[in-house]
Design a protein around this ligand. Structure first.
Ligand SMILES: Cc1ncc(COP(=O)(O)O)c(C=O)c1O
Length: 375
């Protein structure tokens, strides 16, 4: 059987990884500043994570959501504590798209309405509603096309005010737009959305799939504003590579048996991975580290010739170049053995290292980046 050919691949075969380092099958060493699409939060193969997952695998790996899985409660408690959302409710699932799909469905169930507002350059995943709320017509199949979703310009308060009405069940927005090229919603914009959601009986969903879990220097990027969403979605860094995702739901939205569901969501291994990640974020003080390293990296990047703009918070960084970034990214990989990311904006490179990336690794990247840009 052949693999279904949907991914353009680098000709590299990683076989081992530790922290921010990856080795390929030929023993060549790479610096990972991208974490496989922002997934690696506590570094590859962190010893606490490996231990917790190994122990869990030796105990019990899976049973479905028809029995009590106490680890789900431990995860909910720890996530509530670290994020500050102790009174929210947790629904566990498996991927970012699934988290957003469930968040949007829940908003529609809860309000009895069906219009959704999303924004220009948004990316929310590839399942049917999530992709319909993603501003990229190239990845919509005909079946995904719906007039239930309205796209509005990002950070445009006046346009939002004009479009909002009482048919809207949800407004969905990323904590920081990632795939779109690292764009941060202003506090004023988030506040405007929140107040009009309250006025018109809609729910505010903040997609923290990429920007959450400490990446921004706060647990959630939206916590730089004092806006509290009704629903928050998480994935990526939550499991440091183990597929696990979640929907955090404000306390006044009641659950009902059968309303949402999944076979794999919240299984023992996923919980072990997610708990280990939270332990490490807390014990190694990674929010502060992410903020400090991110500020340092962004400051240095701003002074490099050829860099037009640096956007970001913590270790979620977009570097907009004067020209297309693909040749620069390819050179960083082929000549300097460093992984970085692209975005839907061809000039913007994304830097999304592990939250415990070392300063010396950042310095190596800066030296390589300067050298590539100077040529
Ligand atoms: C903000 C955001 N939401 C949702 C998703 C979809 O997540 P997944 O690929 O786990 O379905 C992504 C993936 O890049 C994302 O960046």
């Amino acid at each position: 059987m052949k693999l279904f050919d949907v991914y353009p691949l680098f000709d590299i075969e990683p076989v081992k990884a530790e922290g921010s380092t990856i080795w390929d099958k030929n023993g060549v060493k790479y610096l990972d500043l991208y974490g496989g699409h922002a997934v690696i939060s506590i570094g590859h193969s962190h010893p606490h994570y490996v231990k917790k997952l190994t122990e869990q695998l030796n105990a019990i790996a899976f049973y479905s959501n028809s029995v009590k899985i106490k680890m789900q409660e431990e995860l909910a408690d720890k996530l509530g504590e670290l994020s500050g959302y102790t009174d929210y409710q947790l629904f566990l699932c498996n991927s970012g798209a699934e988290a957003n799909e469930n968040a949007l469905k829940l908003a529609s169930f809860h309000t009895g309405k069906k219009k959704i507002i999303s924004f220009s350059k948004a990316f929310h995943g590839r399942t049917s509603l999530a992709v319909a709320a993603t501003d990229d017509a190239k990845i919509w199949a005909p079946v995904n096309m719906t007039d239930n979703i309205v796209f509005l310009p990002f950070n445009d308060e006046a346009a939002f005010e004009k479009a909002m009405n009482d048919e809207v069940c949800a407004v969905i927005i990323e904590g920081i737009q990632g795939v779109g090229g690292v764009h941060i919603p202003t506090t004023a914009f988030l506040k405007k959305i929140k107040s009009l959601c309250e006025k018109f009986g809609a729910l505010l969903i903040i997609d923290e799939v990429q920007s959450g879990y400490g990446r921004s220097g706060k647990f959630f990027a939206h916590q730089y504003s004092d806006v509290k969403p009704d629903i928050i979605t998480v994935a990526k860094g939550m499991g440091n590579g183990f597929p696990v995702a979640a929907v955090l739901i404000q306390p006044n939205i009641p659950g009902k048996h059968g309303m949402l569901g999944t076979t794999f969501g919240g299984n023992y291994l996923a919980c072990a991975a997610a708990i280990a990640v939270l332990d490490v974020i807390r014990d190694e003080n990674l929010l502060l580290h992410s903020e400090t390293m991110g500020n340092y990296l962004m400051l240095e990047l701003k002074s490099i010739k050829g860099v037009k703009e640096v956007r970001g918070l913590g270790l979620m960084i977009g570097v907009e170049l004067e020209d297309a970034c693909a040749p620069i990214r390819n050179k960083l990989l082929s000549e300097h053995k460093m992984f970085t990311g692209s975005s839907s904006d061809k000039n913007t490179l994304r830097i999304l290292p592990a939250l415990n990336v070392k300063k010396e690794d950042i310095d190596s990247f800066l030296a390589a980046f300067k050298s590539v840009l100077s040529k």
